[in-house]
Design a protein around this ligand. Sequence first.
Ligand code: HAM
Length: 418
Amino acid sequence: MTVHSLRGFRDLLPPDSERFASIEATAREVFSFYGYRELRIPTIEMKELFVKSTGETTDIVEKEMYAFTDGGGREVAVRPEGTPGVVRAYIEQNLSQSGRNAKFYYIGNMFRAERPQAGRFREFEQIGAEHIGNASPFADAETITMLLKLLERAGLPDCTVDLNSLGCAECRGNYRQTLLAYLRGCSEKLCEPCRIRIERNPLRALDCKIDGPRLAQEAPKLRLCPDCSAHFARVQELLRLSGADFRVNPGLVRGLDYYTRTVFEVRSGSLGSQDAVCGGGRYDDLVKSMGGPAAPAIGWALGVDRLAMLLKDKSAPGGAPAVFVIAAAKEAGNKSFELLGALRAGGVSADFSDFGLSLKSQMRSADKSGAAFALLIGDAELKDGTVTVKPLKEKGEQMSLAFYGMAPILKELLKKVK
Ligand code: HAM
């Protein structure tokens, strides 16, 4: 009897795991240039947090949340996204005290019980950025250009951002009525869930996977108030100024309830139907509505699984050791083991297979390992205190180096290997 992993949950094996780690390292570096600091938030929160912030009528909360009653009778949920946790922490930990610009990033796994398919998992990783306490269009432009910088540094250049504005509560209040009247008028054409949810939140129909694309064309459009319109125009101007590639997509509504004004997504055709690699937007009212100070905010989250898929044909970093140590004689095991330790201590990554195996077998492992050099210790080397260095990647002469003090010499040799 073997136990299998759950559907939609997966093991990340090398080189995929290394690709994830490299994306995370790139993100940390980019965040540090933009003044973002890391926030680690809990994986499990009160269910109410997501109901109130992500939104009661969203697919995420209605259908996809891993929610349960814990041993203490509390209604809890495994986080489906990071923004609500960041906002809760911002309020609970008084992070508004840390200055006007509270800029946080997080890296962590999120959980949604969606139907698994290519690029859609039930446990997936997000890298997220949240900038709280800044209402200006400069913050919008900075957050989007930072995202593009990250994608470029990670190896996905030439991304296009889909951009839209959902207006403020006032613009949306008027629009809600117009849209509801329209949707009621054509409700027989809507899918069953939409017919029910339009009464609670007509905007969700625009985000529906079945009806959304048609409604984006046919339904009445949102009209922005003068302030929201000016904000949106300014964001576009600043993005143009920074050379960002974007297009305004009036059909972009996003599937979470807290958005106001600017929303955006980065898509890639090669992801198929799950084509958003990143999504985000402004949420100017959320902090206040969750009991915090009036703090306008903007942020985004990047799907690391999807980005890693897009980078699949690029070689993953790391993995191969620099050198591979081989005991070419029965008695050379101890000395070879000592060499491994000395190399690692000297900053040279080194590996081995089994010093008890035949020379041929150890050489085969060395070839497979991707190491640049095999380091052999046989009877002759034991006698005169040397190590034989055999190039594995490029044709070249074997050479002999003294056992002690070889790490710096190897480091120089490694610099010349492609
Ligand atoms: P979201 O659009 O729900 O936004 O998710 C952001 C990204 O997470 C998506 O673009 C996608 O790449 C990835 N993602 C979502 N669901 C899955 C899945 N089932 N499998 C694999 N990847 C997935 C948010 O979560 C917001 N919190 C973003 C935000 C931050 N808005 C403001 N601040």
